[in-house]
Design a protein around this ligand. Sequence first.
Ligand SMILES: NC(=O)C1=CN([C@@H]2O[C@H](COP(=O)(O)OP(=O)(O)OC[C@H]3O[C@@H](n4cnc5c(N)ncnc54)[C@H](O)[C@@H]3O)[C@@H](O)[C@H]2O)C=CC1
Ligand SMILES: CC(C)CC(=O)C(=O)O
Ligand SMILES: [Mg+2]
Length: 366
Amino acid sequence: MEKTIAVLPGDGIGKEVTESALKVLQAIGRRYNHRYHVNTGLIGGDAIDQKGHPLPQDTIDLCENSDAILLGAVGGLKWDQNPSHLRPEKGLLAIRKHFDLFANLRPVKAIPGIISASPLKEDVVKSVDMMIVRELTGGLYFGEPKRKTDNGAVDTLVYSREEIERIVEKAFELARLRRGKVTSVDKANVLESSKLWREVVEQKKLKYPDVELDHLLVDAAAMKLITNPSMFDVVVTENLFGDILSDEASVITGSLGMLPSASIRADGFGLYEPVHGSAPDIAGKGLANPAAAILSVAMMLKYSFGMETEASSIEEAVFSVYEDGYCTSDMKQDGYRVLSTSEFTEKVIEELERESVSDHILSAYV
Ligand SMILES: NC(=O)C1=CN([C@@H]2O[C@H](COP(=O)(O)OP(=O)(O)OC[C@H]3O[C@@H](n4cnc5c(N)ncnc54)[C@H](O)[C@@H]3O)[C@@H](O)[C@H]2O)C=CC1
Ligand SMILES: CC(C)CC(=O)C(=O)O
Ligand SMILES: [Mg+2]
């Protein structure tokens, strides 16, 4: 099997964790005899500095000619005072819109082997396994008018029925493959866009009588994520709410550095990136947890290439490192040895290669 991957490291720790992700991807290639052709492109602050645009045309061309996109993160203090069109984040929003990557999947699971890294009580988090489905190409981040003057500013939260229908359909379909429950999160007691959201969800429900549905207002959902996170199977919500709730949900795992994401469209083409940002506060120090980027590779193999076995082997390898008593500094626990980004990555690769040997031995007998 051969695939071409566009790799966009971006800024800050995006570069560091993408390096880890690529090492694991090549280890998967060795283990399963796959060939991954990697082409690297510029996005975000680096692209502004080198090309004068947060998403240069040659990066778009590179991605158009690839089977999937792996992205690190964008942003940094250096560009925070830039005019809006020259902020790194615009590059990320632009690539999502360009490729119509409307469905952002953010899985949140308790991490076996280091449950205690969560600041929440073990009996609250131990069985958590949710999928946050965030609408990614509409809402407040893209609505017009969007402008600021000295005397005021405006952003516009707009959704069409079709934009809501397709993300809600995705959520119900995913719920059928999981535990059969959708929780729709909105602010229907105030926002007109949420009132339409809730109407569409109720209409879609009629097509999925086998799927359980409940609605939560976003403020109540934020509270439930802490008090009763295991109530959630699939959570579907709009762009801004999903952005905020997924960072909050990362607490359950013990670190934002654990959360991968898939941003996909109807034909399965996708962009895979950690939920976290460029973390300028720890960039360049070898402290970044690469797990989110590594698990994003697993999501790419699963959602864009249908390689469930290969995806599971990455997840098992990551979890094994924690079970063996290792972690990165963000998950620091008594009794665990703290590893640097590269040391943690090497441990994951060792686990993948160890499993490979055991597969080989097993295949000799079955
Ligand atoms: N997808 C993307 O490219 C995103 C970009 N950003 C950008 O990132 C920059 C920094 O934003 P922040 O609000 O600080 O968010 P952030 O997600 O970069 O960091 C938040 C906190 O989590 C920690 N953290 C994040 N990832 C980590 C990892 N892998 N291992 C260990 N610790 C980790 C950071 O050290 C920081 O204390 C900004 O320019 C922002 O616009 C923010 C979120 C997502
Ligand atoms: C530029 C931001 C919207 C990135 C972010 O926070 C996210 O996608 O989670
Ligand atoms: Mg975010």
